[in-house]
Each structure stands twice: as structure tokens, then as C-alpha cells.
Ligand binder design. Structure first.
Ligand code: SF4
Length: 179
């Protein structure tokens, strides 16, 4: 029997290549991204992810609650003016990955990973440290670190996403990343 893996997923594009190398696991791609602004952009990325997953026939979970946005703004409070790749982003990574650990805990999954490491704009070492610290908190769940951008992962992502005709955003997600 395959081990259960929950993969925090920010969008269909970033999932497109990582999913091809995770076939040894019983994988659920977990969408939780209250950081995405404005709401129309959020809905576009979410719906693109859902449609793409349906075409691929893969398991997904979309996590949405009424107070998600408020909680995210509370978490990053005081760091709004940080540059991209700074402290606000580390908080944002942890905020979203923590929910993936919570979900993994609820379905007795063995592992959590995230596709965010496929982006050349995101520091994989920081994401790895966050994943390991969450692993320490959620004792039964291990963080499985993949630096998906390596071995031409980012290039492969672009090729697969282009072939699939996926919508590609031109900013990370939050309102502060637009400017
Ligand atoms: S720039 Fe991206 S990673 Fe950083 S806080 Fe905004 S949405 Fe999160």
C-alpha cells in the first residue's frame, strides 16, 4: 500500500511538473491559499487548479473557511512592507503549510510536501526549515522536502503548463506582491 502524502499546492502551474514525480505516493494535492488577492484572482487560480486536476484524475482538497483571509492578514501584520522573499513570505509559507499539516493529521497521512519549491522566486532552504519545524510540532507527520526546481524542474513545469494551456499569473499572490 502506498504511503499518504499531502502536497500543499498554490496553483495548477506549480503542480504540473511535481505531480509527475510523486506517483510512488497516495497523494492529495491540497489547495489552501488565502493570500491570493483580489478575490477574482483567487477564484481564477483555484478554479484552474480544480479543472486541471479533474482532467488529470488526481485527488485534491480545496480548503476554504470564512475567516481564512482575516487569519492570514493577522499573521503577516507588521510585515506588509517587507520585500518579496523577506519575512512576510516566510510567515506566509508557514501559514499555508501549517494547514496542510493539519489536514494531513486529520486523514492520518504520513507526509507533507509543497510545490512552492518549484518557483525560482522562493527560497527552498527557508521552506525546508519551515517544513521541518512543522514536522516537529505535528510529531507523526514528516515533512518530505523536494526542491522541485532542481534538475530543470522549473523548465519542465513551464513546458507541461504551456502544453496544458494553463493560466499563468504574473505576480506571487498577495496584494503586496502586485506593486
Ligand atoms: S509575496 Fe507571495 S509568498 Fe510572499 S507574502 Fe505575498 S503571497 Fe505570500
Amino acid at each position: 500500500m502506498k504511503e499518504k502524502l499531502v502536497v500543499h499546492t498554490c496553483c495548477g502551474v506549480c503542480m504540473s511538473y511535481p505531480r509527475t514525480i510523486l506517483e510512488d505516493y497516495d497523494t492529495v494535492f491540497y489547495f489552501y491559499n488565502p493570500n491570493i488577492y483580489p478575490i477574482l484572482e483567487y477564484e481564477r487560480r483555484r478554479d484552474e487548479f480544480i479543472n486541471y486536476a479533474e482532467k488529470l484524475g488526481i485527488k485534491i482538497y480545496v480548503a476554504e473557511e470564512d475567516n481564512d483571509l482575516e487569519n492570514w492578514y493577522n499573521d503577516i501584520k507588521g510585515f506588509e512592507n517587507e520585500p518579496e522573499k523577506g519575512a512576510r513570505c516566510s510567515i506566509c509559507f508557514k501559514h499555508r503549510m501549517r494547514k496542510a499539516f493539519e489536514y494531513a493529521s486529520s486523514i492520518n497521512a504520513e507526509y507533507v510536501a509543497t510545490v512552492m519549491t518549484v518557483s525560482p522566486h522562493k527560497n527552498s532552504k527557508i521552506i525546508e526549515a519551515i517544513g521541518n519545524s512543522l514536522s516537529d510540532e505535528y510529531k507523526k507527520i514528516k515533512y518530505l522536502h523536494f526542491d522541485f526546481k532542481k534538475k530543470e524542474g522549473f523548465k519542465k513545469t513551464n513546458i507541461i503548463a504551456n502544453e496544458a494551456g494553463l493560466y499563468r499569473q504574473n505576480y506571487c499572490g498577495c496584494e503586496f506582491s502586485i506593486r
